[in-house]
Ligand binder design. Structure first.
Ligand code: N01
Length: 554
């Protein structure tokens, strides 16, 4: 854990004021930074958070083995040099408890809880055009008006409900990785079933397997996973990053993903000999992290290059998993590597060599129902004391749509996005003046280091509000044309890649009935940030600006 010094605990708000200049929804990493950054504007701020404390993703996802898949020295706030100097990460990839402790430390250090109401779920946010104000309400009935509304609700914060027939009748315990009980779960010696094999399951399975009596994993789609290469954070790595941090940060912000990997190259696979290609893949496997995706520049564009990397991973699975039938089932064959988010693991494939672990491919043996005592497939019943659902999230749009947002003329965001989310830069939508969505759909968000992206979005919003105030403008709204053009551009960029070839949550394909389109911007953080800067410099091109006082468009 960190060697940082402790600050007195920052106490939450005791009541909800009638009005604030800015309301921030969410107190995860985006929300905390928004409070800190917006305070610099000298405006009043108030925030709501559904959980009982700060942390967002890291508050809810307390499942065993939960870690970040971005290196800790990069998954860290960059806005305060003092904070950077005070906090020391203990591992290369931080654990959920350590990240949650960091969020709490930041809240204490900057006294950020004082303007936040906790256990306060926002159920509606309505825009009043005549007053040019938003009214935000919580499930408890609290109400506040604000001029600017900023959502920092994360991209993966609405877990999918486990809609399995018979679940109500199950007499054992069932839990969701994305809403893991705060009081913890005991699985030692028990018969455990895990449903799903995405990142959450890939982290949960090896830890649960260590002490479970028996663990059965139900897999619908085999997933690409590579060793994370975790361990203590080496001192030399800290020095590399912090010796000249401004220069390091500059490099980080000039990448496509807000992260620096050892193996990144400008060369396509065909520029290497076959021997060099295999050497690079081997080196990437040994280095861990996302290196395998950085081995060849065309890995996410060229099917042959992607297949080369996929076959390399298949060979490692074959090498690792002793039972050839299980190994074969674990090899992802129906989507390109990286087109579903690749997992970084610690001993995932090795876990299937344990005598107490079994794998069921539910394509061969579909789940029929949950019973009182376990799970019935088309072939047999699997007894269970505990069922862990690691079945993912209503990603990207779910967290924002669930806020009950209504814009001009009562236009509901749910309705506006019914055929897919159109959002200008992932930041703002036509019909919803003065509303900003941090890491919203069609921004780089989940394809980047989220800290780099959220600091950028919050910073852009803060500068926008500041500039508008200086010009006497109090209303900003994305135009339909600019929003539509950005949506087309987002789709076009995705079309140059292999990403749309998978039924992934990136495409909205994991939620029945959800419109399918690529939900994040694939043009790279560096290009995206430059575009946002250019738009701001060009008097917020693509936005309508207005002053309610003089009733004229700027
Ligand atoms: O969710 P997922 P997740 N019956 O959607 C299966 C981030 N994250 O929580 O692929 C049976 O990836 C589903 O099968 P299929 C990261 O961005 C980061 O694991 O749809 N199975 C899949 O196997 C990640 O991508 C970190 O066919 C069902 C699994 O459940 C994102 O969160 C850690 C099913 C869901 O996988 C989401 O990851 C954890 C059903 N009805 C998460 N429905 C790190 O930083 C779904 N599945 C390391």
């Amino acid at each position: 854990m960190s060697t940082a010094r402790k600050f007195p605990r920052s106490a939450p708000a005791s009541s909800v004021p009638a009005h604030a200049d800015i309301v921030v929804i969410g107190a995860g990493f985006g929300g905390l930074y928004a409070h800190w950054r917006f305070r610099q504007l000298g405006m009043s701020i108030f925030g709501f958070e559904q959980g009982s404390d700060v942390g967002g993703t890291w508050y809810w996802n307390r499942y065993p083995g939960a870690r970040c898949d971005v290196e800790s020295v990069d998954y860290t706030y960059t806005f305060s040099r003092e904070l950077l100097d005070e906090w020391t990460w203990s591992e290369r990839f931080s654990t959920q408890p350590e990240i949650l402790e960091y969020a709490s430390y930041v809240a204490d250090k900057f006294d950020l809880r004082r303007d936040i109401a906790f256990e306060a779920k926002v159920v509606s946010a309505k825009y009043d055009e005549a007053a040019n104000l938003w009214t935000v309400r919580t499930a408890k009935g609290d109400e506040i008006t604000c001029h600017w509304l900023v959502t920092t609700v994360g991209c993966l914060s609405v877990p999918k409900d486990p809609e399995f027939e018979g679940l109500d009748s199950f007499k054992g315990q069932w839990v969701q990785t994305g809403a893991w009980p705060k009081e913890g779960v005991d699985w030692s010696g028990k018969n455990v079933l895990v449903i799903g094999t995405g990142s959450s399951a890939v982290q949960t399975i090896p830890v649960v397997a260590e002490t479970a009596g028996h663990l059965t994993v139900f897999q619908r789609t085999a997933n690409f996973s590579v060793p994370a290469g975790n361990g203590p954070l080496p001192e030399h790595r800290r020095e590399e990053v912090f010796a000249d941090y401004p220069a390091y940060l500059e490099r980080l912000k000039n990448t496509r993903g807000g992260q620096l990997w050892e193996m990144q190259t400008d060369k396509v696979a065909a520029e290497f000999s076959e021997e060099e290609q295999q050497q690079r893949l081997r080196q990437a496997w040994e280095l861990g992290r996302w290196n395998i995706q950085g081995c060849f520049r065309d890995i996410m564009q060229n099917e042959d290059t992607n297949r080369l990397a996929a076959e390399f991973v298949h060979a490692r699975i074959r090498e690792t998993v002793k039972d050839p039938v299980t190994a074969e089932k674990l090899m992802p064959k129906n989507h390109p590597l990286g087109s579903k988010r690749m997992c970084l693991d610690t001993d995932y494939f090795e876990t299937f060599n344990r005598p107490n672990v079994d794998l069921v491919d539910i394509n061969e043996e579909p789940i029929v129902r949950i019973t009182e005592t376990g799970l019935q497939t088309s072939l047999k019943e699997y007894p269970a004391d505990l069922i862990i659902f690691a079945i993912g999230f209503d990603a990207m749009t779910g967290p924002i749509v669930n806020l009950g947002i209504e814009g001009r003329g009562g236009l509901s965001l749910k309705q506006a996005w019914s055929e897919g989310p159109e959002s200008y830069l992932g930041l703002a939508m036509p019909g919803f003046p003065n509303l900003f969505t941090v890491n919203g759909p069609s921004s780089p968000s989940v394809l980047t280091n989220m800290i780099v992206s959220l600091e950028h979005h919050v910073g852009w919003i803060a500068e926008c509000i500041q500039t508008l105030r200086e010009k006497g403008i109090d209303r900003i709204e994305a135009t339909r044309d600019a929003t539509h053009a950005w949506a087309e551009h987002t789709e076009e960029v995705a079309g140059y890649t292999l990403f749309p070839k998978a039924n992934s949550w990136y495409m909205g394909a994991n939620v029945p009935g959800k419109p399918q389109l690529f939900l994040a911007y694939l043009g790279g953080f560096d290009n995206y940030a430059a575009r946002c800067d250019a738009i701001a410099a060009n008097n917020f091109e693509g936005f309508d600006l207005a002053s309610s006082k003089v009733e004229e468009t700027a």
